[in-house]
Design a protein around this ligand. Structure first.
Ligand code: G
Ligand code: G
Ligand code: MN
Ligand code: NA
Length: 254
């Protein structure tokens, strides 16, 4: 209730902005970034999405918030397009199930692409397996419509949901994102290592890139490389930060 009113006011006052977290390859070079929304609340200060995304979803405010986030992300892509070392950097944007299943979603993304002039090839939408619970046919057709514009897709938090292999094969995905829960105890728990191996094999047989998230130590990174995972995101490489932090963190996209 209180937070809902604050969310509405915050949207009007443009209190939301994006942080960016680097994604790197086995050489530690930048290969992408994930946009993560933040709220500069007038009294509470910087608020992380864990505290408001669920409320935004249940109230439907995720729709205007999601459009705002998409516009911010596409504007950033346009700013990067003018600098050679950033022009090819893929930017991942999280999309809630509620957003994706909203009837105007495809048109809205296309409208933001048109309005900003962002290159759709640089935009990657992160979907979660929870999306797959309902309307799989509609979902596949919407993904294909965006795919036709050049937009890419990543399946976030992979391994924690319920995607059946037959769906996975039919979705026009580009990437699987190994959930951080499997990376956390990778060195201690042989089950986690087995799961990660299975996801990598699955990615390879479906021709999907695989990225591990929540990589916090060099030992985890080394273990992932030994298993055959060559893209990473996590505190070991960089925390989510402002665009300036991301840009100063790396000389650019390789
Ligand atoms: O940044 P942080 O680790 O606090 O994010 C927590 C959760 O909020 C994650 O599950 C992430 O996917 C989600 N989240 C972050 N940014 C966005 C966003 O822009 N849109 C949506 N829908 N979810 C987001
Ligand atoms: O659900 P999603 O994958 O979109 O959420 C990403 C969340 O994970 C963000 O809140 C981000 O801040 C967080 N995150 C990113 N890297 C790490 C990490 O290395 N360790 C932990 N614990 N969280 C991380
Ligand atoms: Mn994500
Ligand atoms: Na994730």
């Amino acid at each position: 209730a209180a937070i809902e009113a604050d969310l509405r006011a915050g949207l009007k006052a443009e209190q939301f902005f994006l942080h960016y977290q680097p994604q790197v390859d086995a050489q530690g070079k930048l290969v992408g970034a994930e946009a993560l929304v933040r709220w500069r609340h007038p009294e509470m200060g910087l608020v992380a999405p864990g505290a408001f995304i669920a409320v935004a979803e249940s109230t439907g405010l995720i729709l205007p918030l999601g459009r705002y986030i998409m516009r911010c992300a596409c504007r950033q892509l346009v700013a990067w397009a003018e600098q050679p070392q950033w022009a090819r950097l893929p930017l991942a944007v999280n999309i809630s199930a509620r957003q994706f299943h909203h009837p105007g979603f495809v048109e809205e993304v296309c409208a933001v692409l048109d309005e900003t002039g962002a290159n759709p090839l640089r935009l990657k939408l992160e979907l979660t397996e929870s999306l797959l619970i309902e309307n799989v046919e509609t979902m596949i057709s919407n993904m294909n419509r965006l795919k036709a514009r050049g937009v890419r897709f990543s399946l976030d938090d992979f391994g924690t949901g319920y995607s059946s292999l037959s769906y996975l094969k039919r979705l026009p995905l580009d990437q699987l994102k190994i959930d951080q829960s499997f990376v956390r105890d990778l060195l201690k728990d042989p089950n986690d290592a087995a799961i990660v191996k299975t996801i990598i094999a699955l990615g390879s047989s479906l021709d999907l890139a695989v990225i591990a998230e929540g990589v916090e130590t060099k030992a985890q990174c080394d273990a992932l490389i030994a298993i055959g995972c060559y893209q990473f995101q996590g505190y070991h490489f960089g925390r989510p930060g402002t665009v300036d932090v991301l840009e100063s963190w790396s000389e650019g996209y390789h």
